[in-house]
Design a protein around this ligand. Structure first.
Ligand code: NAD
Length: 281
């Protein structure tokens, strides 16, 4: 297993991964982050052993695995830097929420030692101070290999995540983006838009002073990091746009049922949704 691991982006996910990886394997972690405060905080919290704001400083650490944990639009620049820096024996993986074309782009830059991955675990909180080692325990980890991925590299990454305590599954990179475009990216888009809608209706009264439990539950994820979500929406735009269209259609149907005072049909619409929601637990 890996004894020296580098994490690029020592925020909430990168920090949690560093802690989980150290507990599972006893490895040492080198952190790279453009924000010097993140590096200092990560050292204070003993999330990383060493770190730098300059990716080139990672070279002397001689990592066996490098994991990208930055917002997904930074991946291209980081991939280009890693191509120049790393020996071909060093594996590279990521924690990004979008795979599809990003996986193929990183594979093009770094070769078949790149293994794409996405932990299905997280919160709306950002920053290393919120990182915790048990984040990934019992949660899914989606590996997104391509036909070119080195089988040995893939198995090493799979074994690491199993040791961390995740349930590892494989998915085609583009299919991954359809699935998570629907069940993760769409709900975040709707939560951000709901906040905007309530803001627009707050002309004569500050409606945010009256949040009920439902409003708080529903909009919790709208407190997520805007840069991270900007990058996800832009990098998975095709699936996100299609999902928004389906959602708007479903919402407009609900609107019609209310407008038409269609008691029976409205009950059927709500019952189907309510039953489905209770089924997933
Ligand atoms: P975060 O904001 O907590 O951390 C990101 C860190 O990356 C920050 O410390 C930032 O300074 C650093 N950074 C930004 N650009 C950089 C660059 N060019 N080079 C080096 N460092 C850079 O965000 P997070 O929640 O940890 O998300 C990180 C990644 O994990 C994203 O790709 C996101 O899609 C993915 N992800 C997040 C969640 C979640 O719930 N938060 C879940 C699954 C996957």
């Amino acid at each position: 297993m890996f004894s020296r691991v580098a994490v690029i982006g020592v925020g909430f996910m990168g920090g949690s991964f560093a802690l989980a990886c150290k507990e599972a394997t006893g490895c040492e972690v080198f952190g790279v982050d453009i924000n010097p405060l993140a590096i200092n905080r990560a050292k204070e919290l003993m999330v990383i052993e060493e770190g730098s704001t300059d990716i080139r400083d990672m070279k002397d650490f001689e990592p066996e695995l490098v994991v990208l944990a930055t917002p997904v639009r930074t991946f291209k620049g980081i991939g280009e830097a890693l191509k120049e820096l790393l020996p071909s024996s060093c594996l590279v993986s990521d924690l990004g929420s979008v795979k599809g074309h990003l996986v193929y782009m990183l594979e093009e830059l770094l070769g078949n030692r790149f293994v794409g991955g996405h932990p299905i675990a997280g919160t709306e909180k950002a920053g290393v101070e919120n990182a915790f080692k048990d984040l990934f325990k019992g949660k899914r980890f989606i590996l997104t290999p391509t036909e070119k991925t080195d089988p040995e590299a893939k198995e090493k990454v799979r074994s690491l995540w199993k040791l961390i305590g995740s349930v590892v599954e494989e998915m085609d990179p583009y299919f991954h983006d359809f699935v998570f475009g629907a069940v993760s990216h769409l709900p975040h888009a709707v939560a951000f838009a709901l906040m905007e809608a309530i803001e627009r209706m707050s002309k004569d009264i500050d409606l945010f002073k009256y949040p009920g439990g439902g409003f708080k539950d529903f909009t919790r994820i709208a407190g997520s990091d805007p840069i991270m979500w900007r990058d996800i929406f832009l990098e998975n735009s095709k699936n996100v746009l299609q999902a928004i269209d389906v959602f708007v259609k479903a919402l407009m149907e609900l609107r019609s049922l209310i407008e038409d005072s269609s008691e029976e049909k409205l009950t059927a619409y709500l019952s189907k949704a309510s039953m489905r929601r209770r089924e997933i637990g």
